[in-house]
Design a protein. Sequence first.
Length: 764
Amino acid sequence: MKQSFKDFSFTSRPLDRRDFIKGLGGTGAVILTANWTWAQDEEKKYGGESMPGGTANDPKLFVKIHEDGIIDITCTRSEMGQGIRTSLALVVADELEANWYKCRVVQAVGDQDAYGNQDTDGSRSMRHWFEPMRRCGATARAMLEQAAANHWNVPVKEVSSSNHKVLHKKSKREIGYGDMASHIHSIETPDTDSITLKTEKEFRYIGKDQTLSADGSDIISGKATYGADVRFENMVYAVIARPPVFGSKMVSYDDSETLKVTGVIKVLTIEGTMAPSEFNPLGGIAVVAENTWSAIKGRNALKIKWSSSPNDTYDSVTYHESLVEAAKKPGQVLREEGDFDQAFADAHSKHEATYYLPHISHAPMEPPVATALFKDGFLEVWAPTQAPQAARNHMAARMGLPLEKTRINVTLLGGGFGRKSKADFINEATELTKSFPDRAVRVQWTREDDIQHDYLHTVSGEHLAASMDKKGKTTGWLHRSVAPTIVSIFAPDPKHQAAFEINMGLKNIPFDVPNLRIENPAIPAHTRIGWFRSVSNIPHGFAVQSFIHELAVKANKDHLKFYLELLGKNRKVDPDDMKDDWNHGESPKLYPVDTGRMRAVAQKAAREAGWGKKLPEGQGMGFAVHYSFVSYVACILRIEVESSGNLIIHEATMAIDCGPQVNPDRIRSQMEGSCIMGLGIATTGEISFENGSPKQSNFQDYQVPRIPLAPKSLSIHLVKPKNVSVLGGVGEPGVPPIAPALCNAIFAATGKRIRKLPIGSQLS
């Protein structure tokens, strides 16, 4: 598919409020926009605007009504399989009383002034956009009704909307939305307070079980545009030889053989950035060619001498030892209640355990790719990015251009998981455009590039200790967590986990334990660390939920009953009382930690899984619960370990309470995907280092879950909480409980305790 520079515009420039009613001049279309702050003014510092790149306003949503009745709904979040383009558009369509099959979703360009925070991360797209998008749809509906009332010369209170039409029941007249497109140019935007939102009973799409999709048809037919689908006439293709060790730089290179490869055009150097690297390129040698294959062959022919690096001695075996050693020594105290040392000394029984989780690569099915074009003083990029605004800022700075001379177009993402929040691959494409003005340049990462030069999920050592009384009740709790922090890519050698990391299932545990201490010993980073789906909830959740099972076994109690006892009475715990000053970026008033909701998902999963039933020889059930991204998820796995060590997942039962459910079908699919991904993390996911370099390079040695690992039966149960109106996250909360549930099940089946991930060959 060949496309020109002009043809490949995903969306037009967003209008400002002065442009609101101007329409599109001659096309008969009108664009509507909503620009409201959060309804809870006293809580305005929380939510999307509190995150990096946010603004003081809620995101803006644009609705474009065409004369043929087609409605374009602009999505400002990136689509990477989570279905957000569908879910957000459904919210607008519902309040607008639009026919879904007459709606199209348009992807927004990166524009912070227009849209506010566009980062697709933190499982917050729906909870931060639900209200603004409802109001956007309701505003469009109100304007259509006012226009129709004016057209018929009747009071607007006599007019209503239904299924893409405006109705006047008294005269039995109706008019289609498309027919009203040209009539609403003169309608003023209603005041926010005058907008009437639908009641729950009036919803047609919101909260309904249906399998609608904005992109499904294009995806299965091959029409969908991913990053590698972008094509231009006369474009060039580049691959880059990057330093094998983080912090190394090119000393010299010989490209004589490279230039002999048919199709190779030019060899260029890219300057790298030492730690803290942020989102800048690692540096290296770029081979630019007429096609990707020639570029790869040319790169293979390069002879490069790399400099030494401070990270040359990074070795996973010795680093593992240092993590465990650090985790067993006192560290920075994050939270302290009572006197753990005294409780531990006076304990009737006590227990300690140390857990280890390695680096993990995101390994999305679509490796990073970006296409950049610098023409007539204007820089435009097309890329599968989760953070278009950060990418745009980097683009502009690298080219020395004002923001208005740049545009970032967001394609579909073939997976992201946090990797595509980083703009290094976009910066590489931008850098190369300097040598190819007026020609599009595509930088393509290979699978090997992606795995060996990733922003890896952190490696972690977790040490826990507990004291118990004669009845097996936990009287003291100690948790030391040691892990290189994501902040190491932004600041020099911070060594301690950041607030957002320590409040992911570490410091903010709501257990009923009188003596508690949480510590964070220091450890340096030796490679690029980045966001990964569910982030630090993975190591913290694995350690905490595994340790609870160990305590239950030691106390000779049923695991589920022991966990519920540890939770204590149903109560809403103020995050401030747990020294949680992050709380997933949300208001502690609106989002306390609710142990009753934790209890409910645990009990729901237990009922549905048949917890406690007698199992065949060699089988076992494992249970885990985790709170993250202001949602509650429980998982129970029924597994079998064959005599050969082969692992069979017979059943997976999950229960989630994410507050009000906007798109139940997508909630279930996200839980299903989380289960499969969590099983992969637990069984095979590991990036290990030797002499500063990752040992793994492709799917032959860094395996993603294969079909035999998938549960034979996977059921998802949506728990609807009472008197809860705030939304929780969905994309990430399902991952953390999977690994501990699996390892607890393995113990139940075999008596073998797994404390080090991945499980790998530990069962044989």
